[in-house]
Structure formats: structure tokens, C-alpha cells
Design a protein around this ligand. Structure first.
Ligand code: PNS
Length: 164
């Protein structure tokens, strides 16, 4: 039986920290689903389809992808997506204590709802301070986001900022 895991998130936009967690997770599981989920508590910069496209291109540029599916999920609970694809595990990257505090209730609710476990993964320490919200802020102020995001994302944000 193949082992399937899900890496969910807003990915608004995907960062090098996310790609690191995706790469490590794809190495551990037979099949990995990277799922862009609308977070009702956040106002999004990019639409879901752009986020899916950028993740797909960044994964392929990183030489990954053989066992990775990128999808969006706008149809309710994340655990329903996991059940649909046969995943018993959700993987979330953890940078610091604040992430543990934020992620723990979601992990427990997801397990109560479905029995699906959440595993917390430590990314490369060099990415520990990178967040999508910081990238959005730097990009909105026309700063250089290249150290924090895949090349395709930096290009996409630069093109958007020139057209605004
Ligand atoms: O990258 P984020 O914003 O921290 O990701 C959070 C996300 C989108 C994974 C979370 O909000 C989520 O799972 N939303 C889907 C709705 C859901 O299943 N809610 C119940 C358990 S949290």
C-alpha cells in the first residue's frame, strides 16, 4: 500500500521554507499532495490558481515532482481532501514556538475529526525567519524578495508590481 501525505497551506506565496518542507516530505512518502487551501482568517494576495501554478513550477525547477501532486481545495475541511486521496498524515513546517502554538489546535481538531495525524517538520534553519506575510510586505514596498522565494515567484511578484 502506498504511503500518502499532505502538505497543506495558504502558500500566499510559496517560500523557500515551504519548498524545503515539501522536498523533505516527498523524500519520506510514496505520494505527496501539496494542497493550497483558502484560509478564511487571512486576506489573500494571490488567487488560488496562481498559487497552484507557482508551486508546480517551483517544484519542477527544484528537480522535484515525480511523486508530488499540487492541488487546491476550496470544498471545506482539509481532512476531507486527505480522506479522498488516502492520506493518513498531514505535514506542517514549524519554524518557532509561535508556529507550534498556532498549529497545535488545528492538528488536534483534524485528528478528532478524522483520525488523521499531523507531523511537525523542522525546515532548514536558514529559512526559519521566512514567512509569506513578510514576503508580501517586502514585495508591496518594492523590496527584493529573491532571497526568500523560488525564482518563479520573485518574477511573478515583480511583474505584478510593475503592472500596478
Ligand atoms: O498556511 P496556513 O494559512 O497556516 O494554512 C492553514 C490551513 C489553510 C491549512 C488551515 O486554515 C486549514 O486547514 N483550512 C481548511 C479548513 C479546515 O479544515 N479547518 C478545520 C481544521 S483547522
Amino acid at each position: 500500500m502506498s504511503r500518502v501525505a499532505v502538505v497543506p497551506g495558504s502558500f500566499d506565496p510559496v517560500t523557500l521554507g515551504h519548498i524545503d518542507v515539501i522536498a523533505r516530505s516527498a523524500d519520506l512518502y510514496d505520494e505527496l499532495h501539496v494542497v493550497v487551501v483558502h484560509n478564511p482568517n487571512k486576506t489573500a494576495l494571490l488567487d488560488l490558481e496562481d498559487r497552484v501554478q507557482l508551486i508546480s513550477r517551483a517544484i519542477s525547477d527544484a528537480g522535484l515532482g515525480a511523486n508530488i501532486t499540487v492541488a487546491s481545495w476550496g470544498e471545506g475541511l482539509l481532512v476531507n481532501y486527505c480522506t479522498k486521496v488516502g492520506a493518513r498524515v498531514i505535514i506542517k513546517g514549524i519554524r518557532n514556538q509561535a508556529d507550534v502554538t498556532y498549529e497545535t489546535p488545528m492538528a488536534l481538531v483534524n485528528r478528532n475529526l478524522s483520525g488523521i495525524e499531523t507531523l511537525f517538520m523542522l525546515p532548514e534553519p536558514g529559512h526559519a525567519y521566512v514567512s509569506s506575510s513578510l514576503v508580501r510586505q517586502v514585495a508591496s514596498l518594492h523590496g527584493d524578495v529573491r532571497p526568500y522565494v523560488p525564482h518563479v515567484v520573485a518574477e511573478f511578484l515583480a511583474a505584478r508590481s510593475h503592472s500596478n
